[in-house]
Design a protein around this ligand. Structure first.
Ligand code: ADP
Ligand code: MG
Length: 247
């Protein structure tokens, strides 16, 4: 196998209780160490797809394998799965009542059972790398959005995950803060961690994706491929339309 697949998604559909079809027959392979970027208009099922990979949502049909295991099996350990598959949200989702350092050590101690001193030292190393070491005793609302999102990314990273899912990580940020978050994500790519990213940052997608997945209304994947193909010679009319609206 040239590329080891990490996630193997087959014929996934999700119909919500109110009848909304958020995913329609989605099949996709996510390769280990690759950057997969999902694009498409609002309401096309991008978040729902990400959330199924983290078992925050269960599909109504189809299968998902992670490292060869069926994660939809009722006996599969969801809690264990989330140690390996981290998630970064549009609105950061830091714990508001905990300091930055507490946000970064809580799960290391509670979930990974690390010694507190080791957890602190790992958090400090990363905070220093991103220039946020002086914020350890601040609360999230005392940081800018860009700073909060970088802390949220570090929090995911401190679990030593196999993959991190990013759901529009820069969409809630002012333009001048988008860059600092994208720079950190670029650094993560160098580490070889598998990243699955929903974003509207087309420059980032074009430069850093190994694979672009285009979704459209109704929760379908309409096209996937290398960015050079998707951006320069898209085959699907709807991909062309979407790109002409965002580029
Ligand atoms: P995207 O992230 O691409 O904007 P979503 O995955 O959030 O799309 O949503 C896909 C579709 O599913 C939309 O029509 C949305 O309104 C609907 N949807 C999302 N979550 C729910 C829910 N909990 N209940 C009912 N419909 C939902
Ligand atoms: Mg979304």
């Amino acid at each position: 196998m040239a590329n080891n697949s990490l996630f193997k998604i087959e014929k996934l559909s999700k119909v919500f209780e109110d009848g909304t079809k958020a995913l329609d027959d989605v099949s996709l392979t996510i390769n280990q160490h690759e950057v997969t970027i999902i694009i498409g208009p609002s309401g096309s099922g991008k978040s729902t797809l990400l959330r199924t990979l983290n078992l925050m949502e269960y599909p109504t049909e189809g299968t998902i394998e992670f490292e060869g295991k069926n994660i939809l099996n009722p006996n599969y350990d969801v809690y264990e799965h989330r140690k390996h598959v981290g998630m970064v949200f549009q609105n950061f989702n830091l714990f508001p009542h905990l300091t930055i350092l507490e946000n970064l050590t809580l799960a290391q101690v509670d979930v990974l059972k690390r010694d507190k001193s080791e957890a602190i030292s790992k958090a400090m190393t990363l905070l220093e790398k991103v220039g946020l070491a002086e914020k350890i005793n601040n609360y999230p609302n005392q940081l800018s959005g860009g700073q909060q999102q970088r802390v949220a990314i570090l929090r995911a990273l401190l679990m030593d995950p196999t993959a991190i899912l990013f759901d529009e990580p820069t969409s809630a940020l002012d333009p001048e803060m988008i860059k600092e978050v994208l720079l950190l994500m670029k650094d993560l790519i160098q580490t070889g961690i598998t990243m699955i990213i929903v974003t509207h940052e087309m420059g980032f997608a074009r430069h850093f994706a190994d694979k672009i997945v285009v979704m459209d209304k109704g929760g379908k994947i309409i096209e996937e491929g290398h960015p050079s193909v998707i951006f320069n010679e898209p085959k699907n009319e709807k991909t062309k339309q979407f790109l002409s609206n965002v580029l």
